[in-house]
Design a binder for this molecule. Structure first.
Ligand code: NAD
Ligand code: AKB
Length: 315
């Protein structure tokens, strides 16, 4: 029996990860978030609790009271929201993360998953196939907090033997819970509007290419990383993972194959600068070699599956 705690569980990733974890683990899942009301669908293995990860005492108490063995720490302020409130992003992303790491050591938690992001790269990085180890300095508060967090993962592993594992997710594409706080969110919105028969106004330029991954592949990668033997995990900062890269213009062209009347206008805002600081593809070879990362969806299959599911939601 494995008791699992998830922080930030009501977000785009958490609300999907819960289904994957409850299907593959025997035990209890404690889903938490700062929000008072749960939006999760009923599941006998899952109970919901309010938890603000900035509060160290609350973090320690819940790990102790619920006898937690594994933590999936997803609570975070993403890139766009982070630029609107950098101080909050610092507190949630860095204070929250060190609270989790420290409490996992004191409460003897066995394993921790904490996602990182392509936001750890800065504008000087090689844009194509960006390497895991890099010297570019991120220019967003989100990137600064995630880059520092990666160093904390390695520090807690080396100093305390804490089994911290991490993936640098690229932009995640999904249809269940809408992303609201990031820079790559445009892609989900554009696909949803095309499926709904609407037009779309894009806040990034037509040619801005970014790495992406479909949610089922992100979830498979997360489970594969977390169930791999400890000795297989060679990277203790964070592994790069991605499925494919595209620009808003390329996505628009593909969506026209599904809806020939679909139109997009381009009106870049502050998120353009964030996107310009990120690479358009990242080197995934370590994930392939160490624990057999193997994404299955290409862009066309992803778009087709998302359109089908968005259309079902409209009925
Ligand atoms: P999200 O914004 O959809 O969800 C984050 C959740 O954290 C929200 O439900 C929010 O209420 C909660 N939260 C905020 N402050 C909190 C606090 N103080 N205490 C507890 N909960 C709090 O984000 P997501 O897309 O689900 O991201 C999950 C993780 O994956 C993050 O670490 C993010 O950096 C990473 N990631 C996501 C993407 C992506 O495309 N979605 C890409 C790269 C990395
Ligand atoms: C964002 O755009 O902030 C996220 C991410 C790539 O980390 N989707």
């Amino acid at each position: 029996m494995t008791n699992i705690l998830i922080t930030g569980s009501l977000g785009q990733v958490g609300s999907e990860l819960i289904d994957y974890l409850s299907a593959s683990f025997v035990g209890k899942i404690y889903a938490t978030d700062i929000r008072e009301e749960s939006t999760l669908k009923p599941n006998s293995k899952v109970s919901y609790e309010v938890l603000d990860v900035r509060n160290m005492e609350s973090v320690e108490n819940i790990l102790d009271e619920k006898n937690i063995h594994e933590v999936y720490h997803l609570a975070s302020i993403l890139s766009a929201k982070g630029e609107q409130d950098p101080y909050m992003a610092y507190n949630v992303n860095l204070t929250g993360t060190i609270n989790i790491l420290n409490a996992c050591v004191t409460e003897d938690v066995k394993k921790v998953f904490i996602p990182s992001t392509i936001g750890v790269y800065g504008p000087e990085v090689d844009k194509a196939n960006a390497p895991i180890r890099h010297n570019s300095i991120p220019t967003t508060m989100y990137g600064i907090t995630k880059f520092t967090s990666e160093m904390l993962f390695q520090y807690y592993h080396n100093k305390y033997g804490l089994d911290v594992r991490s993936l640098r997710y690229p932009g995640l594409l999904s249809y269940k819970v809408a992303p609201t706080a990031g820079t790559t969110d445009y892609a989900v919105s554009m696909i949803r509007e095309a499926a709904s028969g609407n037009s779309y106004e894009c806040y990034l330029e037509r040619n801005t290419k970014l790495p992406m991954l479909y949610m089922p592949d992100a979830m498979q990668a997360t489970l594969r990383l977390m169930t791999s033997p400890e000795e297989a995990i060679q990277i203790r900062t964070s592994y790069n993972v991605m499925g494919f890269s595209f620009s808003p213009g390329e996505l628009e062209e593909m969506l026209k194959e599904f809806n020939p009347d679909f139109t997009v206008t381009y009106k870049p805002d502050f998120r353009q600068k964030i996107a310009d600081s990120w690479p358009y593809s990242i080197d995934i070879q370590d994930a392939v070699n160490d624990w057999n990362f193997k994404p299955e969806f290409n862009l066309r299959d992803t778009v087709s599956d998302m359109i089908k599911n968005f259309k079902c939601q409209l009925i």
